[in-house]
Design a protein around this ligand. Structure first.
Ligand code: URA
Length: 189
């Protein structure tokens, strides 16, 4: 991969090939495979999560475990199917034991996500969870303070919501996640 700051290829095949072969950070030593992204490459909605977990690392697709099932429900709640949005992560490789991404790992991976965004050109980004929100917005502000506003990431409106893995543990927050999705719906409808 080119070092941070050097653009990635602006076509899907070359970008995907670059990601598969990436050795830019030590996570390449422990991954089963890279997890590139999935969905409609012309989607209006792009959901960005944290990093592959165990199932994603094994299957090569983002959000396929239990949290993924709930993300699919969130997508259905806005009237869309999983195949109609684009889903990617801050990191393309699983951190061991699902630990938080290290800043240098996120930095090494950042251009891949930027290239995906430049290719999809969504109308709205949903930052799924604290790690995604903090990395995209370059802030350490807690997620509770980041929710409820519309930001811009590379001029694309961005809304922050809870991670579905968190929502699986906290049923009462699901209503607030729905508020986030409604805010996102209002930004471009
Ligand atoms: N959590 C994430 O943030 N991304 C995945 O792909 C799976 C779980």
């Amino acid at each position: 991969m080119p070092p941070p700051g050097i653009p990635c290829p602006h076509n899907w095949d070359d970008l995907a090939a670059q990601v598969v072969a990436c050795t830019a950070c030590p996570l390449h030593l422990t991954r089963t495979q890279t997890v590139f992204g999935v969905g409609d490459r012309e989607a209006r909605w792009m959901f960005i999560g944290e990093a592959p977990g165990e199932q994603e690392d094994l299957q090569g697709e983002p959000f396929v475990g239990r949290a993924g099932q709930l993300l699919n429900e969130m997508i259905r709640a806005i009237g869309l199917k999983r195949e109609e949005v684009y889903i990617a992560n801050i990191l393309k490789c699983r951190p061991p034991k699902n630990r938080d991404p290290a800043p240098e790992e996120a930095a090494a991976c950042e251009n891949y996500l930027k290239a995906q965004l430049a290719l999809v050109r969504p109308d709205i980004i949903v930052a799924v969870g604290r790690i995604a929100a903090q990395n995209l917005l370059k802030t350490a502000t807690p997620i509770g303070k980041l929710r409820g506003q519309v930001y811009a990431y590379q001029e694309i409106p961005l809304v922050v919501t809870f991670h579905p893995a968190y929502l699986l543990r906290s049923q009462t927050e699901k209503r607030r996640a729905w508020d986030d999705l409604k805010l996102a719906l209002r930004t471009f409808r």
